[in-house]
Design a protein around this ligand. Sequence first.
Ligand code: ADP
Ligand code: MG
Length: 717
Amino acid sequence: MSGNESRLKAISEITSAKPFETTMTDSLKEIWACDVFGLEQMEESLSKSAFKAIKKTVQNGAELDPAVADMVAAAMKDWAMTKGAKFFSHIFYPMTNATAEKHDGFVVTNSDGGAITEFTGSLLIKGEPDGSSFPNGSLRMTNEARGYTAWDPTSPAYMMHTANGAVLMIPSVFMSWTGEALDKKIPLLRSNAAMDAAAQKVLALMGEEEIATLNSSCGAEQEYFLVDENFAIARPDLLLAGRTLFGASPAKGQEFDDHYFGAIPERVQVFMQDFEDKLYRLGIPAKTHHNEVAPGQFEIAPYFEAANVAADHQQMMMTLLKSTAKAHGFLCLLHEKPFAGINGSGKHVNWSVGNSTQGNLLDPGNTPNDNLNFLLFCGAVIRGVHKFGPLLRAVIASAANDHRLGANEAPPAILSVYLGSQLEKVFDDIRTGELHVPTTGGQMDLGLSQILKFDRDTGDRNRTSPFAFTGNRFEFRAVGSSQSVSGPLVAMNTMLADSLEWIATKLEAKLEENSDKTAAVFAVLKELMEKHSNVVFGGDGYSSEWHTKAVEEHGLKNIPTTADALPAFKTPDVIELFASTGVLSPVELASRFEVYAEQYVLSIEVEAKLVIEMATTMIYPAAINYLSSIASTGLQLEYSPATAVAEHASAMMASVQKLSAAMDIEEFDSTEAHMTFLATDVRGLMDEVRASADKLETLVADDLWPLPKYREMLFIK
Ligand code: ADP
Ligand code: MG
């Protein structure tokens, strides 16, 4: 196909597509978690004693007896085979944001040449994928060093169906033979344990007698775009980079605000319902869906779950979003900024910590004691964000998310905390000593429950803050749409563990010198706020005044790019944070810097190559065709676009030359220098090529333009 043929074919295919056939769907009751091998299924198929043992492992992480593992494996295999599975796979989460699987058959041959099936406890517990092709950041230097996967019983096994088969999927951790974490699950499990240990100390000091294991919870709101796949096929940039590297702004964008919460197009609604039925089968509690701000943009949010399970479910959701979209003729874009000038996509990570005895510790609660616990945990978060703001910025850093952070649509690249006016005042009063306690001993009701009766749905929800308190949880809003939620959860749990340790030490000392608990809590929080109140900000995070003030008066860091953000992993305080909490050893942390830096470099290199190729082989030829068609008319017009087209085409190719030359540079003093070069020089040149190309798009005859245009991709469904 030449010229615009593929583009025109895409439009005709889409507009002539047949409407969907009506199919009745199954009821929620029938399908809910039907593809999950959970406790209920185990109870049905195991002996009483085996079930008791595995339940302990699932709920409290108790070690698994090999004999019990064999029984669980046999039950799991039987269950899976009745559902049509012939294969099983450990599924794990390497340091990229993707998932990895290695499928193995249940089948083995016996001595008579017949086939039987086999699945033992050791196959369930341990796998040995050839891990050498996964990024490991020098953690496995030698060739013989293999990677191991191991079942994580706290996340249930489940079935994945395709048109003609099914696979039993076993959520697993991934580690090197020396026991180093090569994945995103191990640090998450460790961060929960570190947070639990520190929280136990604080709660015990607060006089709590029964304290169940604490866990973190996560509810992630996922934004995404849908583009008809006929358009996507005609756009090499969408296919290979997940975003448009070219494209002039459409005459109509999102300025009418008519898409947010608007009626969902029927074709999209059909897709959503299909997708959500798949989630329900897997026990993923899809809860809300709606149109987002940009045309063609949507959001789905499941109900929150234990962080470890939520993180696995989040990965499944991203996989299923893509595959279900494909079945409906869409390309699902999870990229943080698929269209320049149009809102990008994020993933709000709602996070809280709690247990079955004290409940949600980020919920103010109703008794004075609940309120004191709440203030301590909330204070711990404030301290954490202040001390480890650059770490929080680093865990959300990617080439794609750099396009969003700092633009006036997404939280700024400056980490601050929004508390809401009521709670901000409480913490301010604690800092200044306004909210003090008479030291007459005994526990007092200060009427805090009155002061702290927060409106759950405060109307003034600040959408411009990267990190906001929303009534009973914190919402980390700067996370990118394509990212695993594990990195942010690990950072939050670990910084909380560190802060709770600090609080426990201070509180213990205060309690020794003064037995009044409330006074001790307030004294500790006063000291905490004197050091860390600068991170609290309730105003407009998008305003340029804040960007100046945050840096100059609050001493916060503005970290615009991944190149600036990733070195946080190498700072002594972050190394110490992860080492002291046992979440990541210094080598494990260093390997993460290497992997993320490499990903950054690779993704910009892919984009730069695509820019060169598309400008040279698609856009320049379109401009030349147009020029020759004008020339062939022989008309001498007073106002001809030919001059402008010739100028922009030649400027574009000059920029392409410069970009090619920049890409030829191979020697850099350090990874940091390489990243900075890509963030500034290379990205700058890519923008230069694009500026000329986008001008050409507005000049060249529409019927000669090869790439589907923004107006088509965003508005034709
Ligand atoms: P909004 O768009 O107003 O932020 P949504 O309903 O779209 O709200 O998403 C809120 C998310 O927060 C949901 O995933 C919800 O389950 C989750 N959530 C609610 N309470 C908690 C909590 N205590 N801890 C963690 N997540 C929570
Ligand atoms: Mg939200």
